[in-house]
Design a protein around this ligand. Structure first.
Ligand SMILES: [Mn+2]
Length: 320
């Protein structure tokens, strides 16, 4: 592994699944019980079916370690999320400690959190983390090419840029380092689609987008070139429903938050299933839906002038 690479293999291609179905799950955030409920509902068969994850297996929910260990199973394929990257950072020393508690951006429960650096399973967890790729490319049985990344892909990058990550030379380090950060943290296309929430944006906006340029480049959600479908998580949908914006499927419906849901989608059919948090609904009733919503939510948090710019930009990009 090159010294600047966090990933053993940043990009992995997989052939069609000739035996069974392909599912994708939104940000898990330690919610193993909710996942198991969904897998039971769809009669998931680990000997035939595959389950893809958009990352963020850990933090918030009660079973982070168990969720991370799913990545050791032969039927489970997860990309790295920003929470896995932060956890890796914590293991490598990017943490602070105060009054016996360890802080990072990892949202620990306290000194007994099993993910706290120095706890028993650290070597095993680090090994799992180091093997998570940044992107999967899979073929569906109908020939469609699907990409999976954690946060998304800004308009200015194509899928060819992503697939080239594993072949870059050192002169491209800065370019691809930038791409890797965006794949883990980006919200530009979710802002453009109107689905990044106000707190999300306030958290990131000053870091990623200086106020003067806030919406200049990011108002249009363009299709990802080189793919039929890009699946990602990271930005929590306030509607608690997945959203298909152009060929970008957004799946983070807030698992780990008390009012959140976990979403499982079957990639070929577009059917999806949702389960609520057991703190709110202890029986965890599963709801099945036959197609993914494509309607953008209302953009009430934008000013009138910003909404007008958004509309024009999206109309322009429709011709791409
Ligand atoms: Mn997340």
């Amino acid at each position: 592994m090159a010294p600047h690479m966090l990933f053993e293999k940043p990009f992995i291609t997989l052939p069609p699944n000739s035996m069974g179905r392909d599912f994708c799950i939104g940000d898990l955030h330690g919610c193993l019980e909710m996942l198991n409920r969904l897998l039971f509902e769809v009669r998931f068969n680990p000997r035939q079916d595959r389950l893809f994850s958009v990352g963020d297996l850990v933090h918030r929910g009660p079973s982070s370690v168990e969720c991370l260990r799913l990545a050791e199973k032969p039927w489970f394929y997860a990309v790295m999320g920003n929470h896995e990257a932060m956890q890796m950072g914590a293991y490598r020393g990017a943490i602070s400690s105060e009054r016996g508690l360890v802080y990072s951006m990892c949202e620990y429960f306290g000194p007994n959190d099993p993910l706290r650096p120095g706890n028993n399973d650290q070597a095993r967890m680090e090994k799992i983390l180091s093997r998570l790729p940044l992107a999967f490319e899979i073929l569906l049985a109908d020939g469609r090419k699907v990409g999976i990344v954690h946060a998304g892909l800004p308009n200015e990058w194509t899928w060819a840029d992503v697939s080239d990550m594993h072949e870059h030379g050192s002169d491209l380090y800065e370019r691809y380092g930038r791409l890797q950060r965006r794949i883990l943290w980006d919200r530009s296309t979710t802002i453009a689609a109107g689905i990044a929430s106000i707190p999300d944006i306030e958290k990131d906006i000053h870091r990623l987008y200086p106020p003067a340029t806030r919406f200049e480049h990011e108002l249009a959600t363009c299709p990802v070139l080189g793919l039929d479908l890009l699946v990602s998580g990271h930005t929590t949908l306030a509607s608690r429903q997945p959203l298909l914006a152009r060929n970008r499927l957004h799946l983070d419906t807030g698992a780990g938050m008390e009012d959140g849901r976990l979403t499982l989608v079957e990639l070929l059919s577009g059917y999806y299933w949702q389960v609520p948090d057991p703190r709110r609904e202890p029986d965890m009733p599963v709801t099945e839906y036959a197609s993914i919503p494509t309607t953008l939510p209302n953009l009430s948090w934008l000013s009138d002038s910003e909404r007008a710019v958004l509309q024009v930009a999206n109309e322009k990009s429709r011709d791409h």
